[in-house]
Design a binder for this molecule. Structure first.
Ligand code: ATP
Ligand code: MG
Length: 657
């Protein structure tokens, strides 16, 4: 056999070892949180390479680019630099790469533009105006909803009618208009080399379906496919895996149906259940030891998930028997909650828990505003994960739009954005210009020949952009620079708080430095945007000295010594909006399960009471219903006696609106 540098049997338990060393054929690892699923994949990649598999023949698919990077780093730590040639990333980033290479068979140029959700919505809005669809109708779905509907169709492989009637029946009257708009949207994207997130997957499937030769080539390229967090894949992604594996069926997926938290985006844990029928002969591995958490934390987690009607029953045990009980903490209001968390963190730090081993998890990113102020007041540095992305800020989008039209002059959405920034250009003028430009081979000619109040501005714009187009030897940093110089006066005109925004643009500049070309830079920003805004995150001290503040969705797969889960109050978690749907309630329950299973040793669930929720008109006054049936000895309860109750009530009222 191969000469191995690692003693795999020592690093892994028997089941993990079996899954790691079974070289060929399909395999499914289904197991609960913290049982070493991700660790199994990491070791499997290492083992394959050590057994002589060429690293470039291995494809590792993960939910975020960051987790792919972290996993490959861990492979590197096990067996050294050979791991660098493994292809790792998200479904979208891999599809992006393959389409730039093989998309021509469908008429997709390698320089295509990736639209993020905001761009997609803008294009939909533009087309709706162009088609004159129900413009005055207030009950027509908003652009965000329309984009969501179209996306659901793609990700769940269902037709428009089915999706609308099933999930958006209150828009059933608009079905015809939505269909018309959908066709226009598809056409506009194709004509202009614009791909939204779903297109990346849909078109890759089309390439793999229509072009037999390409399918064989790609399948021979990726001879071993590994997928983490399989419970959060959708139908389309499952199909892609099957097609990618067409010549070998060497697919290892790991997942936990109890942690499926992306059903709202079309994911389905049924992919796990049905894996054996998609890949006949699949070996199933179950992992039963939890290595992450202490028994008290595991007991709480088990009791929460036990109530779920649909689950693959798992029996998890841990050898870490001792540890503090999870605490359920009642606070008199939001601010009392924030103060408790900050004080507790200060205490834990005194006890020697490093700040980067502490995480604060929230269901929605805006649930942490008050806490952020409190942390800053106490001098506790934090980093934010999830929530509003830096790239979604208007000024960042403005600057990027200029670069995007340089790469893809057909990009009508970006043109529109760029033109609207020119003095004297309104929506009508912008649309006319865009319409004229996409018909012409030289869009700059159109800008220069435009007369009127905006003539001078348009010529100046043409000069800058044309210059960038012809000088293709410029580095992305230099290109960002040129646009920045042009854009700065506009920024100052539009925003009083421009100094803060300039820092974001500087941040963009720094990111650009690590890219060889503008296309790669723009694609990566759209696919794996950096978290948080530079102006928002004030780095105090080094990265590893910061508390992590994260949405639960972004905490998937991670672990910390100490975890706080905020707003564990009925009405927020689960949200009132899920009360009427069993499916949504169950998804919220799984989300709670994910949250509590991130903790290794300390777990605090906090809930402010007597907070008025304006969206529902409800007074929130009891802890989450997911704790209703948990035995009382499983956690310790704490009620904070706080002065200033009235004040808290006021804050809660103001804020949680
Ligand atoms: P999740 O469902 O949350 O994604 P997971 O099943 O992927 O969890 P891992 O993150 O791989 O679990 O493992 C949880 C922790 O347990 C990690 O710190 C990991 O290193 C450790 N661990 C897993 N298996 C073993 C083992 N056999 N020996 C020692 N430590 C282990
Ligand atoms: Mg994992």
């Amino acid at each position: 056999g191969p000469k191995l540098s690692l003693d795999y049997a020592k690093e892994l338990n028997a089941q993990q070892y079996a899954a790691v060393t079974a070289v060929d054929g399909p395999a499914l690892v289904i197991a609960g949180a913290g049982s070493g699923k991700t660790r199994t994949l990491v070791h499997r990649v290492a083992y394959l390479i050590e057994s002589g598999v060429d690293p470039s023949h291995i494809l590792l698919l993960t939910f975020t680019r960051k987790s792919a990077e972290e996993m490959l780093e861990r492979v590197g730590a096990l067996i050294g630099s050979r791991s660098q040639r493994v292809c790792g990333g998200t479904f979208h980033s891999v599809a992006n790469m393959l389409l730039r290479r093989y998309g021509r068979v469908l008429g997709i140029e390698p320089g295509f533009t990736i639209m993020d959700r905001g761009d997609a919505e803008d294009l939909i809005a533009l087309l709706r105006v162009q088609l004159g669809l129900n413009e005055k109708d207030k009950r027509f779905p908003r652009k965000g909803t329309i984009a969501e509907i179209y996306s659901k169709c793609e990700n769940t492989l269902r037709g428009l009618e089915e999706v609308v009637l099933d999930e958006f029946s209150h828009f059933a009257d608009h079905l015809e208009a939505l269909g018309k708009l959908q066709r226009a949207y598809q056409l506009a994207k194709r004509q202009r080399q614009l791909l939204d997130y779903d297109d990346l997957l849909v078109l890759l499937r089309e390439v793999l379906t229509k072009d037999e030769q390409t399918r064989l080539t790609i399948s021979q390229q990726f001879r071993y496919i590994l997928v983490d967090e399989y419970q959060d894949t959708n139908r389309l992604q499952a199909e892609l895996i099957r097609k990618l594996a067409t010549t070998h069926d060497n697919v290892t997926v790991v997942g936990d149906d109890s942690q499926s938290i992306y059903a709202f985006r079309g994911a389905t844990f049924r992919n796990i259940m049905e894996f054996p029928s998609w890949f006949p002969g699949a070996t199933i591995y179950k992992l039963e030891e939890n290595y992450r958490s202490t028994q008290p934390i595991l007991s709480l987690a088990n009791e929460i998930i036990q109530e779920a009607p649909e689950k693959y029953t798992k029996h998890l045990f841990t050898r870490k028997l001792d540890g503090p009980l999870p605490a359920l903490v009642e606070a008199a209001g939001e601010h009392a909650q924030s103060r408790f968390v900050a004080q507790k963190i200060l205490e834990l730090r005194e006890e020697g828990v490093p700040l980067n081993e502490i995480a604060i998890l929230v269901r929605s990113s805006f649930h942490s505003f008050d806490l952020e102020i409190e942390l800053s007041r106490c001098g506790l540095p934090f980093v934010k994960r999830g929530g509003i992305k830096f790239i979604e800020a208007a000024h960042v989008k403005d600057l990027l739009a200029h670069l995007r039209v340089v790469v893809n002059p057909q990009d009508a959405v970006s043109w529109h954005r760029v033109l609207m920034l020119v003095e004297g250009v309104g929506p009508k003028k912008a649309q006319d210009l865009v319409a004229a430009m996409v018909r012409m081979t030289n869009p700059y000619q159109v800008l220069r020949s435009s007369s009127g109040r905006s003539g001078k501005g348009l010529s100046a714009l043409a000069d800058v952009l044309e210059n960038l187009t012809v000088s293709d030897d410029l580095s992305p940093t230099e290109q960002v620079n040129r646009v920045y110089e042009y854009y700065l006066p506009i920024l100052k005109d539009h925003h009083d708080d421009y100094p803060k925004r300039i820092r974001d643009l500087d941040h963009l500049h720094t990111i650009a430095e690590s890219y060889p070309g503008l296309t790669e830079f723009l694609a990566d920003l759209a696919l794996a945007p950096p978290d948080g805004s530079a102006s928002e995150v004030e780095p105090v001290g080094r990265d590893d000295e910061q508390v992590v503040l994260s949405t639960i969705h972004s905490a998937k797969g991670l672990e910390w010594q100490c975890v706080f889960v905020l707003w564990v109050v009925d009405g927020k978690f689960p949200s009132v909006f899920s009360f009427n749907s069993d499916e949504e309630l169950e998804e919220e329950r799984r989300l709670m399960y994910v949250a509590v299973t991130r903790a290794k040793r300390h777990l605090f669930l906090t809930y402010p009471i007597n907070v008025y929720d304006k969206s529902s008109g409800m007074l929130l006054s009891k802890p989450s219903r997911f704790l209703d049936h948990v035995s009382p000895q499983v956690f310790e309860t704490l009620a904070l006696i706080e002065e200033g109750h009235g004040h808290d009530w006021g804050r809660g009222y103001d804020r949680y609106i």
